[in-house]
Ligand binder design. Structure first.
Ligand code: SF4
Length: 109
């Protein structure tokens, strides 16, 4: 488990390796017995409202939600819209796309 020193740095400034280690060590979904039939992080529905609710439910109580979201946003930079999938950091794909656009200084489309 990472020490307070590692987490005292703002998440936006932490190396992705640190974020990845935190998620791997403490992520609620890690080792949750997820398989193709019961995976709540990759729901079949594509309705935005349902995805948002599913994301919040799946990631609720996760101790590393902020680290997971930051790591995921960095990994998804440069991906095409259709390549952003699944629920990470309690955010649905369309929510992460909006966050990525905001980081680039672009408005909602
Ligand atoms: S925030 Fe959600 S997707 Fe990320 S590690 Fe936690 S449970 Fe998994």
């Amino acid at each position: 488990m990472k020490t307070a020193t590692a987490t005292a740095t703002p998440i936006e400034q932490q190396p992705i390796r640190v974020l990845s280690d935190l998620v791997a060590e403490q992520g609620k979904c890690v080792g949750a017995g997820v398989n193709a039939e019961n995976d709540p992080w990759f729901p079949v529905t594509q309705l935005p409202g349902e995805l948002e609710a599913q994301a919040r439910l799946a990631c609720s109580g996760c101790p590393v939600v902020a680290s997971c979201l930051e790591m995921t946003l960095r990994m998804e930079q440069g991906l095409r819209r259709m390549e952003v999938e699944g629920l990470f950091g309690a955010r649905a794909p369309h929510e992460r796309i909006a966050l990525l656009r905001a980081r680039r200084g672009g408005g909602a489309r």
